[in-house]
Design a protein around this ligand. Structure first.
Ligand SMILES: Cc1ncc(COP(=O)(O)O)c(CN[C@@H](CCC(=O)O)C(=O)O)c1O
Length: 401
């Protein structure tokens, strides 16, 4: 018999498995509010016009070849990505004390960063928010770090547990790594205010904690690339060191192209170049070098003023549609007289609403109304449209009454 006969069947992923269940459901009324992937008002995935234009330019450019990229990826993509998150006038960029490696989207950037830290950083504990993106714990544990959590969400107010956050970071061991969502916290949609970010920055620096930013939604939260990067920029501008993982999956709609970047801001250019040399030793045995197509699309758009401006317009349109879905759902629940305070739907930002519905209510909504969402009560607002808001309202109303 098979040498793998002992292998047990693994459970589906809590997020990506929702799509598997959705695809199996024959109901025409089914609604996928699980995976954080943008859908249009017609409920279809979106390839940005500016992406299609960039791809056309690439196809027409007969000088382009399919050679291996360097281990750290496409050089101009790396420079442009650092500029996008930090701003062109950022001190680490001006002083050349940042190293950026193109990685396999946000997940790959987090993993490579985690593996680098496990090998080269003295403190192996990383504090991640409670709750956070479901994959964070697995990514950092498998990278060789010890994962702990810091209080982040307050179920009572459905807002930030700021005092709990400060207390937990104050009691973290000096030098501990702290994972921070740059904007549009997943799954809660709750972000610190700028004043609270400043307090977090002062605490992190005074305790010598090492910030690791996860920026998967730049431009998606507020519609502004600069506003959504402000938290990262304040840390990067204070002379301290930090890591930054970037994803182009959502804000450029490049989900399946797996385009992202890991940047490490260092004290000096010399340290940055040594760090880069060690990043190459992490990447080479992992996947050797990254894919060329998606990064070429991003570089084509970021380096051309007109394409960049067109991208910002399409990006804001996606962010605005999500905000409109928030207001439509909130108004619909209010009109229906659904019991409870639903104002968090319009206070939260980014792709997700953390509804507060429990796993039994979620299971009921899936079974009776064919609503697919993660069991923690998170719904991807991008999966909603004006046409489907009434159906979701019916389901929530039935689940809470
Ligand atoms: C905070 C955060 N970091 C990183 C990632 C990884 O994105 P990449 O595709 O690797 O760039 C996601 C995607 N989370 C979404 C998408 C589905 C998933 O991968 O779980 C989500 O939570 O639905 C995320 O929400």
């Amino acid at each position: 018999n098979s040498v793998f006969a002992h292998v047990v069947r693994a459970p589906e992923d809590p997020i990506l498995g929702v799509t598997v269940a959705y695809n199996k459901d024959p109901s025409p009324a089914k609604l996928n509010l699980g995976v954080g992937a943008y859908r249009t008002e017609e409920g279809k995935p979106l390839v940005l016009n500016v992406v299609r234009k960039a791809e056309q330019l690439l196809v027409n450019d007969r000088s382009r070849v399919k050679e291996y990229l360097p281990i750290v990826g496409l050089a101009d993509f790396n420079k442009l990505s650092a500029k996008l998150i930090l701003g062109a006038d950022s001190p680490p960029i001006q002083e050349n004390r940042i190293t950026t490696a193109q990685c396999l989207s946000g997940t790959g950037s987090l993993r490579v960063g985690g593996e680098f830290l496990a090998k080269h950083y003295h403190e192996r504990t990383i504090y991640i928010p409670q709750p956070t993106w479901g994959n964070h714990t697995k990514v950092f544990t498998l990278a060789g770090l010890s994962v702990k959590s810091y209080r982040y969400y307050d179920p009572a107010t459905r807002g930030l547990n700021f005092q709990g956050l400060l207390e937990d970071l104050r009691s973290a061991p000096a030098g501990a790594i702290v994972l921070l969502h740059a904007c549009a916290h997943n799954p809660t949609g709750v972000d610190p205010t700028l004043e609270q970010w400043e307090q977090i920055r002062q605490l992190v620096r005074s305790r010598g904690l090492l910030p690791f930013f996860d920026s998967a939604y730049q431009g998606f939260a507020s519609g502004s690339l600069d506003a959504d990067a402000e938290s990262v920029r304040r840390f990067a501008a204070d002379g301290g060191e930090c890591l930054i993982a970037q994803s182009y999956a959502k804000n450029m709609g490049l989900y399946g192209e797996r385009v992202g970047a890991l940047s490490i801001v260092c004290k000096t250019a010399d340290v940055a170049s040594k760090v880069e040399s060690q990043l190459k030793l992490v990447i080479r045995p992992m996947y050797s070098n990254p894919p060329i197509h998606g990064a070429s699309i991003v570089a084509t758009i970021l380096k051309d003023r007109d394409l960049f401006n067109e991208w910002t317009i399409e990006l804001k349109a996606m962010a605005d549609r999500i905000i409109s879905m928030r207001h439509q759902l909130f108004e619909s629940l209010r009109a229906k007289g659904t019991p409870g305070d639903w104002s968090h739907i319009i206070k939260q930002i980014g792709m997700f609403t953390f509804t507060g519905l429990n796993s039994e209510q979620v299971a009921f909504m899936t079974k009776e109304y064919h609503i697919y969402m993660t069991s923690d009560g998170r719904i991807s607002m991008a999966g909603l449209s004006s046409r489907t808001v009434p159906h979701l309202t019916e389901a929530i109303h039935a689940a809470v009454t």
